[in-house]
Ligand binder design. Structure first.
Ligand SMILES: [Cu+2]
Length: 144
């Protein structure tokens, strides 16, 4: 959580600096402020609390790594239609035997949480509403 907050502050700062450098372009040509920070957004989340954003039709991030134990997923629907979040054993989207846990009825604009106690291994997560996972609304969860 702390790490996420720091990342958010860093992103806000970068946006602020970006706005400033844009302003100076039209005025006095100052030093070019090149943001040399690495793309933190591409790094898989590693925390016991994982924030996932659902849209049509994907999850972001689509690769998540957590340590074994109680994990809280916060799934925010930033899309325009309802989504759900289901976790399966293995990398295939299986039937009910492979289902670890799920949270359904995630309406547009809301965030729902799912608490699971995970053992080390590889899992798949997906929205199992018709057509959603097929269009890419799925991801891989690695538990170490
Ligand atoms: Cu969906």
């Amino acid at each position: 959580m702390k790490r996420i907050a720091v990342a958010l502050v860093a992103m806000a700062l970068m946006a602020f600096l970006g706005a400033c450098s844009k302003k100076s372009e039209s005025g006095v040509s100052g030093t070019s402020a090149t943001a040399g920070a690495p793309a933190t957004a591409a790094t898989p989340a590693k925390s016991s609390e994982v924030k996932i954003v659902a849209t049509e039709h994907q999850f972001s991030p689509k690769e998540v790594t957590v340590t074994a134990g109680p994990t809280k997923f916060l799934i925010k629907n930033e899309g325009k239609i309802e989504h759900e979040f289901e976790i399966f054993k293995g990398t295939e989207l299986g039937g009910h035997d492979d289902l670890i846990d799920e949270v359904e009825d995630i309406a547009p604009g809301i965030t729902r949480e799912l608490k699971v106690d995970l053992k080390p291994g590889t899992y798949a997560f997906a929205c199992m509403l018709p057509g959603h996972s097929e269009q890419g609304q799925r991801g891989i969860l690695t538990v170490t």
